[in-house]
Design a protein around this ligand. Structure first.
Ligand SMILES: [Zn+2]
Length: 271
């Protein structure tokens, strides 16, 4: 599948494919293999929001939001939360669905201007909504986050978030604050959550996380000193783990799982 993003979100010609959204739910085939729905199989819909995402194999693809799942009941398709499709749906389709969901969430939460309270309208030529009174533009909201693996030779420092079940450990993560570089943000999050110092913070790769609009920037960092001291707010447990004796960690469909897997592979190759 080849996806080419549209330069403008304006729907100027009929789409071939739709990603259908209602609230936080997305229409998916019952075997969870498909989210691209053929546009010509729908006669009429009460559309709340329509936005051109781009083209799939040179055929137009739109995100379409409706406000009642009962309006669209099609055999072989069902409504599902995108989060439940992580690691189930083929990755390029998951990211397309995530893109559609983020645009729909942005549209829904930016109907009024934060500066003057005026109503906003889509600014057709840009991916933005514009205030009809003061003309301020509101772009799709992305929240940059840092996430990283702290390592010390064969050991990794992993932590258990308060929301995770006992025995499940992950990497350290948090939102970047205004004025920070991503590296500074990661060092601060590490200090706050597990109390240690890190050095040689190196960017690895990123992952969009559409719940509701994070961009996860993945890092590796070397342990530089300090004793583990958890904050007991976000992190309730943290420890060093040998790469040959890791606890339960997130799946590789998440950036955390991928950071851990790649580090383990790298250390094993160096042996
Ligand atoms: Zn305004």
């Amino acid at each position: 599948m080849n996806f080419e993003p549209a330069l403008s979100p304006k729907v100027e010609s009929p789409p071939s494919w739709l990603i259908l959204i209602c609230g936080k739910q997305i229409l998916v085939s019952q075997c969870s293999t498909e989210v691209l729905f053929p546009a010509d199989s729908i006669e009429s819909l009460n559309i709340v929001f329509q936005h051109r995402l781009g083209a799939v194999n040179q055929q137009h693809l739109d995100a379409v939001v409706i406000d009642n799942t009962e309006e669209l009941s099609i055999e072989g398709w069902e409504w599902a939360n995108l989060r439940d499709l992580l690691g189930v749906l083929h990755e390029p389709l998951f990211h397309l669905a995530g893109r559609a969901l983020q645009f729909s969430y942005w549209d829904k939460t930016h109907q009024y201007c934060g500066q003057c309270g005026g109503a906003t309208i889509p600014a057709d030529e840009y991916r933005s909504r514009m205030c009809t009174r003061c003309e301020l533009h509101f772009y799709p909201r992305l929240s940059p986050c840092v996430i990283g693996l702290i390592h010390d030779g064969k050991r990794c420092l992993l932590a258990r978030n308060v929301r995770h079940p006992a025995g499940r450990f992950s990497t350290i993560a948090g939102f970047i604050e205004p004025g920070e570089t991503a590296e500074q943000a990661f060092a601060r999050e590490v200090r706050e959550e597990v109390g240690v110092q890190v050095k040689n913070i190196r960017y690895a790769f990123s992952q969009p996380w559409p719940f509701p609009g994070q961009l996860m920037l993945g890092f590796y960092a070397e342990y530089a000193g300090g004793e583990i001291q958890v904050d007991n707010i976000e992190i309730i447990e943290a420890d060093w783990f040998d790469i040959d004796n890791l606890p339960q960690t997130p799946p590789e469909s998440t950036i955390s799982g991928l950071l851990i897997r790649e580090y383990v592979q790298k250390v094993r190759e160096q042996k």
